[in-house]
Write a protein that binds this ligand. Sequence first.
Ligand code: NDP
Length: 679
Amino acid sequence: MKIESYAQGRWFAGEGGDTVRNAITGEPVATISSKGLDFAGMLEYGRTVGGPALRRLTFHERALKLKALAQYLMERKEDYYALSHATGATRTDSWVDIEGGIGTLFAFSSKGRRELPNACFVIDGVPEGLSRKGSFVGQHIRVPLEGVAVHINAYNFPCWGMLEKLSANLLAGMPAIVKPASQTAYLTERMFRDMIASGIFPDGALQLICGSTGDLLDHLQCQDVVTFTGSAGTGRKLKQHPAVVRNSVRFTMEADSLNFSMLGPDATPDTPEFDLFVKEVVREMTTKAGQKCTAIRRAFVPRAQLDAVTEALKQRLAKVVVGDPAVEGVTMGALASIGQRDEVLSRVQELQQAATLVCGDPAQFTVTGADAQAGAFLPPLLLRCDQPHAHAVVHEVEAFGPVSTLMPYDSVDDAIALARRGEGSLVGSVFTYDNGFARAMVLGVACFHGRLLLANRDCAKESTGHGSPMPGLVHGGPGRAGGGEELGGMRSVMHYLQRTALQGSPQMLAAVTDRWIAGGDRQPGVHPFRKNLEELQLGDCVMSDEREVTLADIEHFANFTGDTFYAHMDEEAAKVNPFFGGRVAHGYFIVSIAAGLFVEPNPGPVLANYGVDNLRFMTPVFPGDRLKVVLTCKQKNPRITENYGEVRWDAVVTNQDDKLVAQYDVLTMVEKAGAAQKA
Ligand code: NDP
């Protein structure tokens, strides 16, 4: 089999090629080569064909495509599982890679539709007032970059590694060139073939390089983005590439990470946290045979528990069955290649300068159902270093396999100091039932970590664990971990969008951004609640009559709702309140009468009020005050798959002196034209 690339709308088999081998049997799986690919042409194709086609779609249209793609791949998942076996993975390992990756597509699809507008750009934040009279304002927007996202991925997650990155750039509206690591590229290529066959994303949105990237990076331009996952050495080299430096190409890197896990001082052997810690260290050592960027490389315990934890880990690790994952009972598979196994062994030798191997012997271990020499097998290797401050190597050398080093700490400050010696990691975990210790650890180490898991008996059952990056949470870390942020909900989408500050008059900015801005024109006239989504225009408004608030109103509202708080009901007590100096109306009463003033009560296109945003009460309302409200159509967000859209209204309540009493956004759902007939 020849692993092919997909460039400029067609599959391409490179000349010659290196052999990629089965991790379990050592037999050839495929050859790989990108020789002959037109790398500059690929970038140009992405920029001129894929990018424009993607940008013609809205965020919601692209989000729906992510969901369609996820469904398409999920139906074919068994094909990927079958091939994943050759990477040395167990069924559980493959689940993380395959279904974890597809799950990330689903997650970004739904987050995109909830958190982004059904539009082609994002309004970022609220307008900034820039002038005294309000005729000059500022507003940030975010627009898709018009280059290509080049994803250079590691070998350990051939599916997830591709899909987690694509979720973000495709949602943002940017095409991608995916470059999987050669060792496991056959699985990426298999899934990629289905992605292309599905025809879900437009031509040019997705390209694939299997083999070397040739002169690709030489042709990078200022609108392109590079994401890199792999070794720190390669990452540093690529980050310094002249084209990257010259064009300020955005570069996201995720590299070596010596993640820690800490057992709290309270977690003695009779506590649930002690067991949870031991289980998690073993799980992280053995899942994907420890080839996980988030795996626990450094496990710290109170010095008094060092022997107890060593024994508990040894007992659990003794139950691990290494071998061919296809054989019943095998719990840990092979590393991705013989080369990788040898790399891990040489790293373990480095670690042994400072630490003693207390469990596992790479020279003598049992392999079930496979030839120990032909496959890339290793047993779990637990090291122990009793003087962790004395040795840099245990905090700096990442053995990317089933390897972890157990170390003691002597105080809370010591625990913090040791955790920080990773000099920047993807994740750390703390196993404790002591909130004070958890807080001290968080404040002591958060600036060195992208994610912190606080694990205890209360969340253990539902916890996703130390090693699982979540689509909605940051995945990336400072310093040694590369300084990137691959995942993090909409934060990761923002890497592919340019933030631009606009300045101008409220009218012009409203017309440009499709969002009405205070100070902009308003059109009173037909009550806007009589208008469907298409008829409704930004700036359509209701300017209400006045309503006087009486003491009887306030008392009625208090007795009716049960909110008899003293500021509304007790004249003497209210008098000494520093904000009021007398009885005042309830804030919720103000909001309620404002609705009574602006509403058009008859059945019509407004379907429901689903909330308010940014509600603030600015001036107290006393008996005798007269209130009025102006309600202005601020923003429309038509839903693709529904007969309605969301409409955001600007509500401003003022008193008889034109003083601002309350301000908020009212959120409603409004029918599209002809929706009633369709229903
Ligand atoms: P590499 O850095 O060698 O490779 C990572 C990716 O970069 C691969 O796709 C590789 O392609 C590509 N690459 C390598 N050289 C170049 C280049 N000059 N130009 C463009 N692309 C290039 O890392 P490995 O995947 O081999 O893993 C090695 C080590 O990295 C592990 O042992 C581990 O320590 C660390 N690692 C860390 C991870 C993390 O997230 N923390 C994840 C995975 C690995 P190709 O395969 O074709 O060479």
